[in-house]
Design a protein around this ligand. Structure first.
Ligand code: NDP
Length: 338
């Protein structure tokens, strides 16, 4: 194996690993997935065989002891992220961890601190900020295309595919529920596109017809950002026929991005102002491919990951504030970063 080869270990025989992240790693020259760890030996073996992965293990310690594994991608259920990430960091691996980073903000901060101390790259897999559409929205706002931004609206109400309806809809202990799952992505995308931080949240959640055990399957929330923008989030698992979207309305114009809260590259960005409406050209590329590429560059000492560990902490903190606001019916303040 050449010295420029980077082996990845995947922790979690998950859907997102199978459908998106394997290909994203394999799209990077000199990178491949060499090991998969699952809590279940048979699932690990099946995942390895189906996907041409050399090693299948049922203990993460075995994967972490493998010297050919330099980078670890964690996509287990949410409550496992913290311990698995801390173990990987302690073993000196660079870690790309799924969102939400952890079940509490303190745990997520601990993961970031441990990685900093160990001198390894630690990143959060918030894919949406890699979308050409969201990057264009951020660019348009930054260059003043709509004047002072005032309001944002995130439409992320979808119908949850049956194959991922497990822990998400019935296991609060695994970090299930639409706020931790989709709300955290909406929060991250708002932070990215607006280049602003949430300072307060209000919201109401719903258990419509899919979820059980006190898990919410729909939410409407409003965030106040530190630049004064009010941002509305509608996230759900139960809406069969809505489009997704992201809008920002400013003093002199509006940006309307359609079909953009998605996993595959696509969607469109429209700019509306006194000159009328026009489509803004974007060059689409795979969201996960870009995220992994930025992670690989960071491992090579070039730049920072697309979404850092700190981004994961901040977006989790926002999701937790929304959940608390829904639970208590109050406005929840979100502390400034740092
Ligand atoms: P899955 O439900 O597919 O997998 C989660 C875990 O469930 C796996 O790690 C696996 O455990 C276990 N599992 C998988 N298949 C089975 C099965 N047939 N029977 C029993 N257990 C099974 O989850 P997702 O892929 O949807 O999500 C995984 C993580 O990735 C979550 O943290 C989620 O928030 C995140 N995610 C992120 C996305 C993004 O765009 N950034 C998109 C989708 C998810 P084991 O570890 O033991 O193998």
């Amino acid at each position: 194996m050449s010295s420029t080869f980077t082996g990845w270990g995947f922790i979690g025989a998950s859907t997102v690993a199978r459908e998106h992240m394997l290909a994203a790693v394999r799209a990077q020259p000199g990178h491949d997935v060499v090991a998969i760890a699952s809590g279940d030996a048979q699932r690990a073996r099946a995942f390895a065989d189906e996907n041409g992965i050399r090693t299948a293990v049922d203990r993460i310690e075995t994967l972490l002891a493998d010297p050919s594994v330099r980078a670890v991608y964690i996509s287990s259920t949410n409550e496992q992220h913290r311990d698995q990430a801390l173990a990987a960091i302690a073993a000196g691996k660079h870690v790309l961890c799924e969102k939400p980073l952890a079940m509490t903000v303190d745990d997520a901060k601990g993961m970031v601190a441990a990685a900093r101390e160990a001198g390894v790259v630690f990143a959060t897999n918030h894919h949406l900020r890699n979308a050409a559409t969201h990057r264009k929205v951020r660019e348009l706002i930054a260059e003043g295309a709509i004047g002072k931004p005032l309001f944002a609206r995130v439409f992320h109400a979808i119908y949850l595919r049956p194959q991922v309806q497990g822990w998400r809809i019935h296991s609060p202990e695994a970090g299930g529920g639409v706020i931790f799952d989709i709300g955290v992505h909406a929060a991250d995308t708002l932070r990215f596109a607006l280049a602003a931080e949430p300072v307060a949240a209000v919201g109401m959640a719903q258990a419509g017809f899919l979820s059980q055990n006190g898990v919410e399957d729909g939410v409407m929330a409003v965030l106040r950002m530190d630049n004064g923008v009010l941002a509305q989030i509608h996230a759900a698992y139960t809406v069969r026929h809505a489009d997704t979207g992201f809008e920002v309305h400013g003093e002199s114009g509006s940006i309307v991005a359609r079909n953009v809260m998605i996993v595959r590259a696509g969607g469109e960005v429209l700019l509306r102002d006194a000159q009328g409406e026009r489509a803004v050209p974007v060059e689409h590329e795979g969201l996960y491919t870009i995220g992994v590429r930025r992670f690989c560059e960071a491992m090579a000492g070039r730049g920072s990951p697309a979404a850092t560990g700190e981004d994961g902490v901040r977006s989790l903190e926002t999701a937790i504030a929304i959940a608390q606001a829904c639970r208590t019916g109050t406005l929840v303040q979100i502390a400034a970063p740092g």
